[in-house]
Design a protein around this ligand. Sequence first.
Ligand SMILES: Cc1ncc(C[n+]2csc(CCOP(=O)(O)OP(=O)(O)O)c2C)c(N)n1
Ligand SMILES: [Mg+2]
Length: 340
Amino acid sequence: MPALNTSPKSAANRSIPSEALVEMLRSMRRIRAIEERIESEYSKDEMKTPVHLYIGQEAVGVGVSANLRKDDYVFTGHRSHGHYLAKGGDLKAMMAELYCRETGCSGGRGGSMHLIDKSVGMLGSSAIVGGSVSIAVGTALASQRLGQGRVAVAYFGDAALEEGGVFESINAAVLWNLPVLFVCENNLYSVHSHLEARQTTIELAPKVKGFGLPSVKVDGSDLFDVYEKSKAAVERARAGDGPSFLECQTYRWRAHSGAGDAGAAKYRKAGEHEEWMKRCPIGDLEKKLIADGDLAPKAIAEMDAEISREIDEAFAFAKQSPFPKNEDLGKHVFFEPEAK
Ligand SMILES: Cc1ncc(C[n+]2csc(CCOP(=O)(O)OP(=O)(O)O)c2C)c(N)n1
Ligand SMILES: [Mg+2]
């Protein structure tokens, strides 16, 4: 059975082909550029949805997704844009969803926190803290029973480990040996509360280990570490050897919600933000790829120009799309009103 690599980060690892690394860099730059554009447009108040930006955490979604098949399942919470895009989600459909348009991936009914796209295995994001975990476990149970060979991933934040249902779900997943990957993005904060004020330890992996599953710390700013440890966990799940827990230590660079971070000084520890900004997951990978000769600086400029064009098109598509029609209000809900 494949064991989880519990060694410190493996930055020197070159078992990943150059093309795959360049693709992961592109994916991270794309996610960041999209989030930055959302942030700059947000004050116009045309996106009638709360947004929770993923800037600073990109290596987690990208490193995990690089090990998933298109038909594997992903469940996530309110900070969901990066997870959707990394899983192969459609940018136009995501932007249209943020503008609450009919062409959105959830038909304009969900907004940023309720992205769903069955075509890429994105079975949903939900604003219920920890909500992704129990649904992912249920889906993993279905995959196991149906012999589908699909792995389910639950992304969630550090605050999810303050929810009873999360522990019940992890217990069931271990008991039943389910093909599920628990990806905790420990960014130290729940809204404005530091982890030290909320839990007895800021190290989450050891706490979960007691359930009897491999539970490891991951450097969430190091794409190599995320990639290698999630690879082992996905292989383990796919081989029928059960779930794993990854505590990805990371940091959100922006506010809990919305644009900017006006109240940062009131809740962040002095110097903490600056320290984490030195560990940019994108900048670090980019420097390494250039130093190793895998990428020319010119290629980065070309990559960015292409991404920028794609973003322009997605925003234009979203803004030009129609709003859902009044008569379709009852569509996609369990109870559909009878036609008159
Ligand atoms: C069950 C539940 N409790 C409380 C909230 C309010 N709430 C929304 S986001 C959030 C913080 C979540 O923090 P974390 O899980 O660490 O994710 P992060 O925002 O840091 O990515 C809280 C408490 C909620 N949405 N659901
Ligand atoms: Mg958090």
